[in-house]
Design a protein around this ligand. Structure first.
Ligand SMILES: *[C@@H]1O[C@H](CO)[C@@H](O)[C@H](O)[C@H]1NC(C)=O
Ligand SMILES: *[C@@H]1O[C@H](CO)[C@@H](O)[C@H](O)[C@H]1NC(C)=O
Length: 138
């Protein structure tokens, strides 16, 4: 446990001090284009367990990659769960479903979800934003 904490702190300092600010999470975007690919999970981390889910399940929420694991690898058990992601500056939030892993220690939202909480366009301009999130039922 102690070594986990030490490792987390080390990674936190190494990756970017931005990750340590106020429990906020580095959030970037990627063009999963879930609708354009017919909500096909092929090639994504969660495909192994969620490919056989109904179209309704796969299309109900925009998608995200999740890697806010304190340096630990993403777990399959998180696949298909949902988080509500909030930008405290723009006072906007969006619910997304976890379908993938990532490697920046934060969240990688599907572009439409990122834009939904980036009212002033500053996140797009900067290439990232800080958010808080919580797991929600879905
Ligand atoms: C999906 O279901 C089919 C038929 O039940 C099965 O053969 C296949 O292995 C399943 N695929 C995944 C990724 O679970
Ligand atoms: C909110 O969004 C803006 C861009 O729109 C971003 O710069 C900022 O980091 C985000 N989060 C917070 C907590 O301000």
């Amino acid at each position: 446990m102690a070594s986990k904490v030490v490792r987390w702190i080390a990674i936190c300092f190494l990756v970017a001090s931005i990750l340590c600010v106020n429990g906020e999470t580095l959030t970037t975007s990627t063009p999963y284009d879930s609708a354009g690919r017919n909500y096909d999970l092929d090639g994504l981390f969660c495909a192994t367990i969620d490919s056989n889910q109904t179209l309704e399940f796969r299309s109900e929420y925009l998608w995200t990659a999740y890697c806010d694991q304190a340096g630990q690898p993403m777990e399959l058990s998180l696949c298909g769960t949902c988080i509500q992601v909030t930008n405290d500056s723009t006072d906007q939030n969006v619910i997304v479903r976890i379908v993938d892993e990532c490697h920046n220690g934060g969240l990688v939202l599907e572009t439409d979800a990122f834009n939904a909480i980036d009212k002033d366009g500053k996140g797009k301009h900067d290439g990232h934003m800080l958010t808080t999130y919580k797991f929600v039922g879905c």
